[in-house]
Structures are given as C-alpha cells and as structure tokens.
Design a protein around this ligand. Structure first.
Ligand code: ACO
Length: 325
C-alpha cells in the first residue's frame, strides 16, 4: 500500500500595492520596454509599511484551509519556505501556527530561496509518507522588496512580494502508479560552488546586518535553463511520463524567457505553462503556489490534472515535483 500526500486545497495572498514598470522607472534608471523585453514582468506587488512575511503567509494559509474545507486544528505540520523571515529567529512558521490557533504538531521554516516551495513540499511529503504527520500546510512566502538595493536596477526590477500555500493530507490505499492523485515524486538538488552568483551580502553571522540581493544575472540565467530542463526531465523519467501527458507546467516565475526555454526543451506548448510572472514578478518561494492558486481559481487546473512544478534559486538550489491535482 502506498501513502500519498493529496493536495486538497490552495490559497494565496498578495500585498495591497501593485507597482508598474512605469512607476519603477520614476525611481531607478530603467524603462518598461527594457523590463518587459528581458523578463516579461509588467508589474509586481510590494509590501507597505508594517506588512510582513508572516501576515502574507497567514492570509495564504487561511485561504488554502478554506479551499480545502478543513479547520486549522487538523493541521499537525507547517513547513514554511522563506528567505525573508519576520525575524532572524524564531521561525516565521511558528508565528503562523500561533495566529491559526494551532497548539499541537510542529512548524518550521526551510530556506532554499527561489526553490523553497519545492523543498518545503518535498519535506512535508516525506513526513506524511512516513506517518509522522497527517495534514500539512506547505507555505511559500517572501518579501524580497525588504532586501533589495533600490539603487541597483539590475536586481530591483525583478522581484515582488507575496505568499501561496497548499494543504496536503495523507491518503492510504492508492494504486502506486501515476494514476494516483497527490505528490507523485519530488527531486531536490544543490551545488554550493555557485554561492555568490546569487546571494545577499549580509547576515547575522557574517556581517550582523540584513544585507541586499546581489546577482550575476547572466550566470544565473545560463544555469537556470539547463538545471530546470534536467530536473523536469528527471521527474518525467522516474514516473515514466511523456511530456505530452502533462496537463500543466507550473514553473517558478523568475523570467518569461526562462519559462519559454524550459517549455521548449520539454516540447510543451507555452499555453500549457501557467504564467504569472507578468503581474507578480519573481516572488521567490511564493511564486509556484501563487501561480497554482491562480490557475485553480480560474478553472484552468482541474481535479485529476497532471502538473509538473520546477524551480531554481540561490545556492544554487533547484528541484521539481510531479503532482496529480
Ligand atoms: N533597466 C535598463 N537597463 C538595464 C537594467 C534595467 N533594469 N538592468 C541592466 N541594464 C543594462 C545593463 O547595465 C547592460 O547595459 P550595458 O550593455 O550598457 O552594460 C544591459 O542592460 C544588458 O545587461 P545584461 O545583464 O547583459 O542583460 P541580460 O540580457 O542578461 O538581462 C537579466 C538581465 C534580466 C537579469 C537576465 O540576466 C536574467 O533574467 N537572469 C536571470 C536572473 C533571475 O531570474 N534571477 C532571479 C533569481 S534566480 C531564479 O529565480 C532562477
């Protein structure tokens, strides 16, 4: 008998304020044309004063629980992926746990930057399949606007803030094939030799400051296209699935050109990729559950659809997941 982590609900939360490229061009030396051509981004949501990662995470979690139709008290595991926690410690996950009124089970953060949601999903799936938890909230939440250098046009135009969440529930007695619903497989990778290709130049131990995002954009781009195609192919091969059997690609939303290149390598028409980078920008760990929730809410993704998720981020970290919704 195989235990599967069913995805029984999803939700999202965005800051109130949306900032267009034109508005950004009034703050830094850039243009709507440049940003759209290089990235596909047209606008992004940015937190206002007092808005925090935990509040966005809480909003997404509440929406996901309502969508799943279960009370918060049933959740016995929260895995929250973030690179921008409210505080250095405790974990933002325990704040969300308390705000949901949950006093049992356990909650913690994982940090894999833009791959964070895939990492958190893999961690939660393994806890559920081992029987150490039964109902999990997997949350991706980030407020990258707080760690951007707003004078650096090569990075500040790329990111946005937001949160997305899914509810996983362990289910027994499935066939053990790709016909099953739930998380079918997850695949994680990292290569720390690229530590400083995409990093933050501050931290508690190194500088006692928060620091700002620094990036070698071209190196990240080059690696992203190769690593994402590899891990997508790996998820398909392990499950014996042909790309033509996929209903949806829900990729990390960093750059439209990266999404196009990955879809092309998979021989998947771009219409089958869920794209939200145009109005979300790169929301790091939040980008996959944000895109997923949008496509579930507007009816594109339906129960039983086969979905490939993939992401890459600082570290480098990268990974994929094959899921039947
Ligand atoms: N507005 C206008 N001009 C700009 C801007 C800007 N915001 N930023 C850079 N430029 C200029 C540069 O100064 C340069 O000018 P120069 O030729 O006079 O020196 C010119 O534009 C070209 O710069 P490049 O860095 O060569 O531009 P490129 O085509 O590589 O695009 C980009 C840059 C969009 C960052 C691209 O490299 C990229 O998308 N990389 C991936 C980065 C990424 O997605 N990171 C997110 C985190 S990782 C992840 O999620 C996968």
């Amino acid at each position: 008998m195989v235990v599967r982590s069913l995805m029984i609900g999803c939700g999202s939360c965005l800051p109130r304020q949306s900032v267009s490229n034109h508005e950004l061009a009034q703050r830094v030396d850039t243009s709507d044309d440049w940003i759209v051509q290089r990235t596909g981004i047209r606008s992004r949501h940015i937190v206002g004063e007092g808005e925090t990662t935990s509040e966005l995470a809480l909003g997404a979690a509440q929406q996901a629980l309502a969508h799943a139709g279960i009370p918060a008290s049933r959740v016995d595991l929260i895995v929250l992926a973030t690179t921008t926690p409210d505080h250095t410690f405790p974990a933002t996950a325990v704040k969300v746990q308390a705000r949901l009124g949950i006093t049992t089970g356990f909650a913690f953060d994982v940090q894999a930057v833009c791959s964070g949601f895939i990492y958190a999903l893999a961690v939660a799936d393994n806890f559920l399949r081992l029987g150490q938890a039964r109902t999990a909230l997997v949350i991706g939440a980030d407020t990258f606007s707080r760690i951007l250098d707003w004078e650096d046009r090569t990075t500040c135009v790329l990111f946005g803030d937001g949160a997305g969440a899914v509810v996983l529930e362990a289910a027994d007695g499935q066939a053990g094939t790709v016909a099953d619903r739930g998380v079918l497989s997850t695949h994680l990778h990292s290569d720390g030799r690229h530590y400083d290709a995409l990093w933050v130049d501050g931290g508690p131990s190194a500088t006692q400051t928060t620091g700002h995002v620094r990036m070698n954009g071209q190196e990240v781009f080059r690696h992203a296209v190769s690593r994402l195609s590899e891990t997508a192919a790996e998820a398909l091969a392990v499950n014996g699935v042909d790309p033509s059997q996929l209903d949806w690609l829900v990729p990390h939303q960093a750059n439209l050109r990266i999404i196009e290149a990955t879809a092309r390598k998979l021989h998947l028409p771009l219409e089958r990729a869920v794209i939200s980078v145009d109005h979300h920008g790169n929301t790091s760990a939040a980008s996959i559950p944000l895109a997923l929730t949008e496509a579930v809410t507007d009816g594109r993704i339906k129960r039983g659809d086969l979905i490939l998720m993939e992401a890459m981020g600082g570290g480098f970290t990268w990974g994929s997941a094959l899921v039947r919704w």
